[in-house]
Design a protein around this ligand. Sequence first.
Ligand code: NIG
Ligand code: FE
Length: 408
Amino acid sequence: MATTLIGPFTQLLPLTGLPLKGALNDEQLTLINNGGILFSEGKIVKIGLFADLKENVDTIIHIDGDTVCLPGFIDAHTHICFGGSRANDFALRNSGKSYLEIAKAGGGIWDTVTKTRKLLEAELVEGIITRTKAHIKAGVTTLEVKSGYGLNVTEELKMLRAIKTADKITAQQLVPTCLAAHMVPKDWSNQPEAYLELISQELFPVLQSENLANRIDAFIEESAFTAQQIAPYFKKAQHMGFDITVHADQFTTSGSQVAVDFNAVSADHLEASTMLEVEMLAKSNTVATALPGASIGLGCAYTPARKLLDAGACLAIASDHNPGSAPMGNLLTQASILATFEKLSNAEVLAGLTFRAAKALNLNDRGVLARGMNADLVVYPTKNYQEITYQQGQLKPSQVFIKGVPKI
Ligand code: NIG
Ligand code: FE
């Protein structure tokens, strides 16, 4: 087994030894000065002082200058498979129209459905690849990607097959999620139950036979599906062995209750959550995922991240990168801004982008730098890790490794 040592890093932050849930302060962070990482076949063998790891190593990747090394970032909620732009929605919102008003008038998610249906699978693959290239430069080494702009069996399959094909080409691993329950399709003339029944009957088995997704998501909201409509759909999905995740409490509450009832891996958005929902999530095993990109894109309140952490929840932070509510897609900028409004420590932000995000995706091979974990690393050209959130996404990684292979 050939071994490679990478380093020395001025500060190496393995993000190990931290609790999965609850508030964190920066004194809890382990900082290894002049640290190194020994890996073999893409997996970490040992981390420690660079000088102590140098003996009997096959290859050394020597890092020059001051650097900070962290686990690669995990973006646990994106919609980067889509066609077209919604710049007009953005302009309409900024002239005073609400997200829900625009959706009701034919813009919103349905507009992207129309544009996505017009694209070939290969064109969707191209779009995903282009967007993941921007994410890798920002240190994102794993991305979840949702369907949800197809909204019938054929078009949802087209999206999920495009995600599967893109996954073989992109630097990052893509984690696919079926979001066929993104809104009631307009061509189903408002028959939500019948639509969901069709999807569960005809799409779910193909997701499994073609290995296209093992996660089912739904948007629970006045403009999409009610908790009552979703319950039989989630029951079927869970019975078939899918993980459940929910777009919850974005504008009105009720989604997080469904997430907790179904022991969902994550409840995402939560901008409208009150203390009732915060405490319920904190008591559960469901990861609360904040999506500051949607708050910035819509000009809405932020997820009550401080309250969630103080109540004891596991908080992940994801970009929600999509053409409607969150077109920016810069995860670190968004997380750093969330930190200023919600008063999050660096440890809470970094945990939310790494091991807590891994939990939201049920991935146990990444998110911290420790023996047996993937050698997914982001390296910043600075001597102080505090610069990363301080520069709000403007400090770019100098190197990014996935399973020990350089990707930028
Ligand atoms: O997570 N809230 C629902 N779905 C997406 C928005 C998708 C869109 O507007 O196209 C979200 O914000
Ligand atoms: Fe979303």
